[in-house]
Design a protein around this ligand. Sequence first.
Ligand SMILES: Cc1cc2nc3c(=O)[nH]c(=O)nc-3n(C[C@H](O)[C@H](O)[C@H](O)COP(=O)(O)O)c2cc1C
Length: 171
Amino acid sequence: MINVTDQHEPIDPRDLRNALGRYPTGVAVITTRAPNGKFEGLTANSLAAVSLAPPLILWSLRREAPSIKSFLAAGTFVVNVLSEEQSHLSDHFAKPSDNKFDRVTFSTGWAGCPVLHESLAVFECDTESTTDGGDHVIFLGRIRRIHHREGSPLIFSGGKYHSDAPLVAKP
Ligand SMILES: Cc1cc2nc3c(=O)[nH]c(=O)nc-3n(C[C@H](O)[C@H](O)[C@H](O)COP(=O)(O)O)c2cc1C
């Protein structure tokens, strides 16, 4: 049965998280290079396509995230879309750490941000604008370069990782 919450009741954050978990997403590691040269990266599933012309995407970053100052100052970022073989990278980049890139294979992209090897798709972006998003900051990115390869995406749904399986067409 569908439970429709009264719009005027405060929404329980755990309930909201569970409801949002019903909307499956891909998983990306979003990276940047701070002006002092430090690499930053975090797991994110808030990515959304916005516009084809101009090419724009958006994602949101928690205001309390340790990496937020670097992302705001850098003015550029890379979205690394993970494949189903890369769930370990999703776990790795979702944990705060001072040296997230120590045992990760990557190259640097056109603006010096880390591009993770074997990513399914890569979007190298300049930050077009940032907007208030409540307890998050929304980053709108203008895509400067893209790369992609064949493979299956890592899917996040209901708090768990999944791999995709196309529906078999009915005769
Ligand atoms: C599947 C998944 C998706 C996530 N999506 C986001 C997101 O879109 N935005 C965000 O701020 N944090 C997101 N997180 C949490 C961050 O990855 C986590 O807080 C990370 O430690 C932040 O990096 P930092 O500590 O280096 O700033 C997600 C975590 C997981 C496991």
